[in-house]
Design a protein around this ligand. Structure first.
Ligand code: PMP
Length: 356
């Protein structure tokens, strides 16, 4: 099997490669600095100092006080925690499954929408949950008028990529592995307006709200990733714009395709629909040529379900089926973006011919 080329990986919204500088900061905490952050000896002090440095770095990128940052295992946990605390909630129809599924189980309401524009809840709710950047299309969503409800934002596809504004936001979920940090670590931001019930009871860690021995290497990595992102945000954004433009220029050779973009869209995510083909087949064709992207349809236990987010936008079944997501990252190059788009153009033409 030939080696995988990181520059050909265009699925950065699913997860991103670990930044080498982040990995270097994490390594001592797997080794000599293995202490439990809550121990009273030198090993414990060193681990706790590193956790608090990381908390300050995450807080700095979020634009909040370090005391408002509670470490979790990732955005799925943070999102579930928020909804379990506030089941009297209304959520947008565009949310990630880690909001959408618990919201369904808890009987939360779903906000109405006209395209990407969200309607205000019809009756008062305790909490409104609206992600900032949609993970499938990159659309930047705006919170509707909420009449005194708490506001939760899933910032998973925003942190480290676009400027985060926490004005008017009470709760926010973030995850390290989308910004070149490690998997299995994230955080919940909770403003001092919010009284949270503990997620896990036990040893009293994380202000007694989320018990369990801290994942010190992961937390250190999250902090390091935030510090790198703060330094590179403008440069990364410019790079993503250039990659996106490169792909769009090459795709312009094809007929019958469209973008699922919003007027306000993250440059990091490009959702495109090709009529007459299946997104999954295109993903497999690109994979056979060494490129990674992802399909727009939710595939579970072998069956392809109509995509919930694209259906909420009013996309036809045909268009939804032929959707792929290309998500850009630091390690991609203009040459690899050109290569990916050329592979897509060839594969779409081939698949359409086969279909006739
Ligand atoms: N929310 C959004 C918008 C996401 O894109 C993801 C990851 N796909 C998550 C939540 C879940 O994050 P995690 O992997 O940290 O659980």
């Amino acid at each position: 099997m030939s080696a995988l080329r990181p520059e050909n990986y265009f699925d950065n919204a699913a997860t991103s490669p670990l930044d080498p500088a982040v990995k270097a900061e994490m390594l001592p905490f797997f080794d000599e600095d293995f202490g439990n952050a809550h121990s009273l000896h030198a090993w414990g002090h060193r681990a706790m100092a590193a956790v608090e440095t990381a908390r300050a770095r995450v807080a700095e990128l979020l634009g909040c006080a370090p005391e408002s940052v509670i470490f979790t295992s990732g955005a799925t946990e943070s999102n579930n925690w928020v909804l379990r605390n506030f089941p009297d909630a209304a959520v947008s129809p565009f949310e990630h499954s880690s909001v959408d599924v618990p919201a369904g189980l808890l009987g939360c309401r779903v906000l109405g929408n006209d395209g990407y524009e969200l309607e205000a809840p019809e009756t008062a709710v305790r909490l409104v949950s609206v992600m900032s950047v949609n993970n499938e299309t990159g659309a930047v969503l705006t919170v509707p008028d909420t009449e005194g409800a708490l506001v939760h934002r899933d910032l998973t596809q925003t942190l480290g990529k676009l400027t985060v504004g926490l004005t008017g936001v009470d709760l926010a979920s973030v995850s390290a592995h989308k910004l070149y940090g490690p998997k299995g670590v994230g955080a919940l931001y909770a403003s001092d307006r919010v009284m949270l019930s503990p997620l896990l009871a036990g040893g009293g860690q994380e202000l007694g709200l989320r018990a369990g021995t801290l994942n010190v290497p992961g937390i250190v990595g999250f902090g390091a990733a935030c510090a790198v992102a703060a330094d590179r945000m403008d440069k990364d954004l410019e790079h993503a714009r250039e990659l996106r433009q490169t792909v769009l220029e090459v795709l312009s050779a094809l007929p019958d395709w469209s973008q699922n973009a919003h007027t306000a869209n993250s440059p990091y995510i490009l959702s495109v629909s090709f009529l007459g083909i299946e997104g999954e087949t295109l993903v497999i064709e690109a994979d056979a040529r060494g490129y990674a992207l992802s399909s727009g349809a939710a595939c579970s236990s072998g069956s392809v379900e109509p995509n919930r987010v694209l259906s909420s936008l009013g996309l036809s079944q045909d268009r939804s089926r032929g959707t792929v997501r290309i998500s850009f990252g630091r390690q991609n190059t203009v040459e690899s973006a050109h290569g990916l788009a050329t592979v897509i153009v060839g594969a779409v033409a081939k698949l359409r011919n086969l279909g006739h």
